[in-house]
Ligand binder design. Structure first.
Ligand SMILES: CC(=O)N[C@@H](CCC[C@H](N)C(=O)O)C(=O)O
Length: 372
């Protein structure tokens, strides 16, 4: 696939973002593209809305897994592109259109000319939620070609095109979604003393949550508690009997995750007493940290050093989450950032990654599979 073909695929995928486990059009699009590649060395299986493609190596001593996530986000696009999302309220705002295109580009090269080792291309659904990596790992289909080593990339808007970046050890945080429902007694806006106002309770709770990071987490460790959405109430002159907070917790260690959750629960008990309400907490999807194997990151550095237009940069750990962490927990390997230089960051409605990075991605993934 040349630069132009990669660009076309990326733009077509960009127009059809779908949420986790609803990637039906995306799956069909990918299957059509894979169907146009040389078929002699490949075998294909589907798993829910995902796809596994096995490429038989010339003289295999191992199977190398490469994973690309395929879902979009519930964000309304504001890029102004003529190839903008055709799915209202949904957008590839985390670069999964890039991830899929790069995987297709590398797969097409390997399908035509296999590496020494076997490789398994994993098109994985539901990374943004509720999490596809864990159930895929446990699936019968995955056991069939279970890789010995595995890797993946994520686009990095803050790095220039031509740069890849990674580190030994912790790359991405432990994450947990956070959904908090508050139920109290609503009533007339003019008679607050007859009610237990859940808008007031929710507002108070949001500020209390911030103190967990400031005062309960070891300053030498790190955590984030973000509330991204608040809903509650019905109309301006009625005191709300229900409010809901939706957010995410990020920590650098599984231990800190447990501590943050214990503190949220303790504060929730205080809120129940103080505001005469019921608080229920649901942690939704939890992702294990992305922990890179030091030896495999070394191999990656060695492979990248041989590539003419690609530079390696040491990465700091980040509070981003990735369910690829579950794959790395069971199979040694690593994840890396791919520079795509965008003024707006991940999860932004104006994310505009530079398409020149598609070729860098394909070259890097192919070289790693051939050189591992
Ligand atoms: C790379 C990236 O942006 N990943 C997402 C993963 C979301 C996990 C889950 N839905 C949560 O919000 O905790 C991220 O937000 O870091």
């Amino acid at each position: 696939m040349d630069r132009k073909q990669l660009q076309t695929i990326r733009r077509e995928l960009h127009q059809i973002p779908e949420l986790g486990f609803e990637e039906f059009k995306t799956q069909q699009y990918l299957l059509d593209e894979i169907g146009r590649m040389p078929q002699e060395h490949i075998e294909i299986k589907t798993w829910r809305t995902g796809i596994l493609v096995f490429v038989k190596g010339k003289h295999p001593s191992k199977t190398i897994g490469y994973r690309a996530d395929i879902d979009g986000l519930p964000i309304t696009e504001k890029t102004g592109f003529d190839f903008h999302s055709r799915h209202k309220g949904k957008m590839h705002a985390c670069g999964h259109d890039f991830h899929m295109t790069i995987a297709l580009g590398a797969l097409s090269r390997l399908a035509g000319n296999p590496a020494q080792d076997n490789c398994l291309f994993i098109f994985q659904p539901a990374e943004e939620g509720p999490g596809g990596a864990k159930p895929l790992l446990e699936s019968e289909e995955f056991q069939f070609w279970r890789p010995d080593v595995i890797f993946a990339l994520h686009i990095a808007p803050d790095l220039p095109v031509g740069t890849v970046s990674s580190r030994k050890g912790l790359l991405f945080a432990n994450t947990s979604e956070l959904f908090i429902d508050l139920k109290g007694k609503g009533g007339h806006a003019a008679y607050p003393h007859h009610t237990h106002d859940m808008v007031v309770a929710a507002s108070y709770f949001v500020t209390q949550l911030q103190q967990i990071v400031a005062r309960r987490v070891d300053p030498l460790d790190s955590a984030v508690v973000t509330i991204g959405k608040i809903t509650g109430g019905t109309v301006q002159n009625v005191i709300a009997e229900h409010a809901r907070l939706e957010g995410t917790i990020r920590t650098m260690s599984p231990k800190a995750m447990e501590e943050v959750k214990e503190n949220i629960e303790r504060l929730a008990k205080g809120l129940e007493l103080g505001h005469d309400c019921e608080v229920s907490i649901d942690y939704g999807a939890n992702y294990h940290q992305v922990y890179n194997d030091g030896n495999h990151v070394e191999s990656f550095r060695r492979v990248v050093a041989e590539l003419k237009d690609v530079d390696f940069q040491e990465a700091p750990s980040a509070m981003t989450g990735e369910d690829f962490g579950y794959m790395l927990k069971e199979i040694p390997g690593f994840m890396f950032w791919l520079g795509v230089e965008s003024e707006y960051g991940l999860h932004h409605a104006r994310l505009t990654p530079d398409e020149q990075a598609l070729t860098t991605g394909v070259d890097t993934v192919e070289a790693m599979i051939r050189g591992w």
